[in-house]
Write a protein that binds this ligand. Structure first.
Ligand code: ATP
Length: 482
């Protein structure tokens, strides 16, 4: 029997115990909402990055990638609106001094109500947020009698905005120094390089620029393991289009990105779109792709129609033209479209949230008990293409030349995919360990291998075993990775 409990505490401890994700600075009691990826976590992360990069860059001849610096000119954040607008409404409890994000506080309260009443409160909250009605939000909290989880009182301050950007100083001498920000999104690095890439890459609209990189946000209420971190990674793509065509492209990217999610083997019912009521200052349409995380449906990716806001702002602040010359003929006028600032559709997915999504989906506790004995296993049922280890090579014993044969197989496979070699412990124990790491295939080399060249291959999900020729192992694994 198999149960997918989607149990977050169990996933967190599994990640730590098996070398996927550790709390940052753990020997110093950790650093809140910051995490380190261990030896298997980093492989999982790399495989997801590669999958995204291939689907965006390699599979689209009109999309190229860049890697821009984290430090950027401070005026960029003034132009983008982040200095003035990148903030969340917060409220403090006067007794406990604990600070809450207003939407999180209300969402937390609603979790204990019946669904219909809860949905109404959330809808009301979204309207107040859309209008920046801070008094209305405070009244809502007071009228609902929402209490602080620490002091258990309703003694609240007014609702205020709190900027989420981290700042630091550039330069070592005070006079030379200037305040700069750790980027809160990778997108601006794409916008400021828009013309560099367009000109050097001879890109014709519509075209896209993709980037994977770190972003930093001073999240006040960081919770949900790697769901909300202060340092995280984003995989973003900005797609530049002719003004007036943005609606079609927005729909196109919604559909394309949902297909990518479904190709991870996650069923449709675990996803939903959430259209934004409150649009960011730069957007004319926006939605989230939400996944049914252990703590409920939450955003994993945002798709935003960003208009020409960013490029127009950079043109204004930098005084450099951000226009594109379109020599295609407009059928309506019979003339070239000419100069314009392109519109932009953005797809922005959190790498760490994607990792939490695939971990939540893969984590399975199975009861394997029979009438004779109690038994169970924890298995990570990753899609093969993202599994950290593809193949475990396990000689039954070290002696009798079995280790040498295993090493030979290891050598022939290692340049094609990641293999893991292990000769310690019983085969049963080694299989279970590989299940816990999500390894889809294990091969065992035994005495029969010496006679006829066959090995036992064991499949992670079904636990079935069969004998195949050693020479066929590489091919079998490679075929299954697509
Ligand atoms: P949220 O509403 O959850 O704070 P957001 O709407 O501010 O997210 P975006 O600015 O659209 O997020 O960022 C794009 C993506 O980056 C998100 O869909 C998410 O996957 C990821 N992301 C944003 N903030 C964080 C964070 N603090 N930790 C981890 N991932 C994040």
């Amino acid at each position: 029997m198999s149960t997918n409990q989607n149990n977050l505490p169990a996933i967190i401890s599994h990640c730590k115990e098996y070398g996927f994700i550790f709390p940052s600075s753990e020997i110093y009691d950790g650093l809140s909402a910051v995490y380190d990826y261990g030896q298997w976590g980093v492989e999982l992360k790399k495989n997801i990055k590669d999958l995204w990069w291939k689907s965006m860059v390699y599979m689209h001849e009109n999309i190229v990638g860049i890697d821009s610096a984290i430090f950027m000119h401070p005026t960029i954040w003034k132009a983008s609106g982040h200095v003035d607008n990148f903030s969340d409404p917060m409220i403090d409890n006067l007794d406990s001094k604990k600070r809450y994000r207003v939407d999180h506080l209300i969402e937390g309260f609603v979790e204990n109500l019946d669904a219909e009443k809860g949905a109404q409160i959330i809808a009301d909250m979204e309207l107040l947020l859309a209008k920046d009605d801070f008094d209305g939000l405070k009244n809502m909290i007071v009228n609902l009698g929402i209490k602080c989880s620490v002091s258990n009182t309703c003694n609240w301050t007014n609702v205020r905005q709190f900027n989420l950007m981290f700042s630091t100083q550039l330069g070592s001498v005070a006079e030379e120094s200037d305040t700069i920000y750790l980027r809160p999104e990778t997108a601006q690095g794409i916008f400021v390089n828009f013309l560099n890439v367009q000109k050097t890459g001879r890109m014709k609209i519509p075209f896209g620029i993709a980037q994977i990189g770190k972003a930093f946000r001073n999240e006040i209420v960081a919770r949900g393991f790697i769901f909300r971190m202060r340092e995280f990674e984003q995989m973003e793509m900005q797609f530049f289009v002719r003004p007036g065509t943005q609606k079609e492209w927005y729909e196109h990217w919604k559909e394309t990105r949902m297909k990518w999610h479904l190709a991870l083997g996650i069923p449709q019912e675990k996803y939903r779109f959430h259209d934004h009521v409150k649009l960011a200052h730069y957007a004319d349409a926006a939605c989230d792709i939400e996944y049914d995380f252990p703590m409920g449906f939450k955003e994993v990716e945002g798709i935003h129609s960003r208009t020409d806001f960013d490029l127009t702002q950079h043109q204004l602040y930098s005084k450099k033209k951000m226009q594109y010359f379109d020599n295609d003929i407009d059928e309506a006028t019979g003339k070239a479209f000419g100069n314009y600032i392109p519109y932009v559709i953005e797809t922005s997915i959190g790498l760490d949230r994607t990792i939490l999504m695939v971990l939540s989906e893969a984590y399975t506790e199975e009861d394997l008990s029979t009438a004779e004995k109690q038994d169970s296993r924890v298995v990570l049922k990753f899609p093969i293409k993202i599994a950290p280890i593809k193949l475990a090579i396990l000689p039954l014993m070290k002696k009798d030349g079995l280790a040498e044969i295993a090493k030979e197989l290891m050598q022939s496979c290692s340049e094609h995919f990641f293999c893991f070699y292990e000769e310690k412990d019983s085969i049963g124990k080694r299989y279970r360990r590989m299940d816990a790491l999500g390894t889809p295939f294990c091969v065992t080399i035994d005495h029969q291998t010496k006679e006829d060249g066959t090995v036992t291959i064991r499949y992670r999900n079904s636990m079935e075993q069969e004998r195949i020729h050693m020479n066929d192992v590489k091919e079998l694994v490679m075929k299954s990775m697509h």
